[in-house]
Design a protein around this ligand. Structure first.
Ligand code: NAD
Length: 313
């Protein structure tokens, strides 16, 4: 399959590398000059489960997509949420009437952005538990395992979704077809919505946040706000199961010792966050459905205030 990875940062590098190693024709598209130039010069380097590997994957700047001659079967979107619209705009030249577009970003409501650029039958929506990191331009650190769930959002796209599932699975990405991917996306958004903003504002790892007396009330209230809004979109979340699931991350000897990715983005790297697409998206949808979301609103404002204080970019 000819696959374009639109956003070849941490996650895009993981998917690009694994799909390329499995024999697919992969191209990487990114606007980060040092990163793209490094990959053009000497390939994408990675520490892949402890082994140093180099994959010679063609890398391009978005501007080079103008006049790109080959037909792309599938685009996998992997920007940060606030960069998605720009990316779609710049890859318009490679979106043919048959190109499938799989969106694997964290957060809610991306299908509304994608459908401004892609025919409805070609849109696939997914959720992934894989993780990835970059250690520098052209260099990734890829440890552990994960999985991908995906589904066609609109009728008519199931065959294409199954084909993409097959290609991802053959590359070791453990993909499966989901009959209700939106449930999984909302469930993951609840995890991010309870841990990311809170640990960022509190400058705390997950275990330390999990151990406070206030935490139970905070996470229950946020999950209830998410669930009330999801219900308006026909998605009935199992609130207690999600509360218990979030609490499993508090183990100080497991996930708990880590800082959520939003903390790493903002506190460690002074980068803008995806809060508007997690808690912020719930506020926005809540306002539309007349559902009150005060905790999500306050947390979104606090994270934006922190972005301003740190002059994040
Ligand atoms: P990242 O910042 O490492 O990568 C995004 C890449 O997109 C960057 O290299 C950036 O230069 C590029 N980009 C942005 N806008 C562009 C544009 N208009 N044109 C060209 N290139 C552009 O981010 P990431 O960590 O890979 O995360 C991507 C998504 O996956 C996010 O939604 C994130 O929440 C989600 N996610 C990340 C992880 C993880 O472990 N990193 C795990 C699960 C989900």
């Amino acid at each position: 399959m000819k696959i374009a990875i639109a956003g070849a940062g941490a996650m895009g590098s993981r998917f690009g590398l694994m799909l390329h190693r499995a024999g697919n024709e992969v191209i990487l598209i990114d606007k980060w000059a040092d990163h793209v130039n490094k990959i053009k010069e000497s390939g994408l380097k990675a520490n892949f489960n402890g082994e140093d590997v180099v994959e010679q994957i063609p890398a391009f700047f978005p501007s080079e997509m103008e006049g790109y001659a080959d037909t792309i079967d599938t685009v996998i979107l992997f920007t940060k949420a606030m960069q998605l619209d720009d990316m779609l705009q710049s890859i318009k030249p490679i979106l043919s009437k048959d190109t499938k577009v799989l969106c694997l970003l964290n957060g809610l409501g991306h299908e509304d952005t994608v459908k401004n650029y892609v025919a409805e039958d070609n849109i696939l929506l997914g959720n992934t538990m894989w993780t990835a990191g970059l250690t520098g331009p052209g260099e990734a650190k890829l440890f552990g395992s994960g999985e991908v769930e995906l589904q066609n959002v609109y009728e008519g796209g199931k065959e294409a979704a199954l084909e993409v599932v097959k290609v991802l699975s053959e590359a070791g990405l453990n993909a499966k077809y989901s009959e209700n991917v939106k449930y999984s996306i909302w469930r993951k958004a609840c995890v991010n919505g309870t841990l990311n903003g809170t640990c960022t504002v509190l400058d705390s790892n997950i275990a330390n946040f999990g151990a406070t007396k206030a935490t139970d009330k905070i996470i229950r209230t946020i999950i209830n706000e998410f669930a009330d809004v999801a219900e308006k979109e026909g998605i009935i979340l199992d609130r207690e199961e999600i509360v218990s699931h979030v609490k499993t991350t508090f183990d100080p000897n497991g996930v708990g010792k880590h800082y959520p990715s939003m903390h790493q983005d903002l506190i460690k790297n002074n980068r803008l966050t995806e809060i508007d697409y997690i808690n912020g998206a719930v506020c926005k949808k809540g306002a539309r459905y007349n559902v009150s979301t005060p905790y999500c609103q306050f947390l979104t404002l606090l994270v934006h205030a922190k972005e301003e204080i740190l002059i994040a970019q």
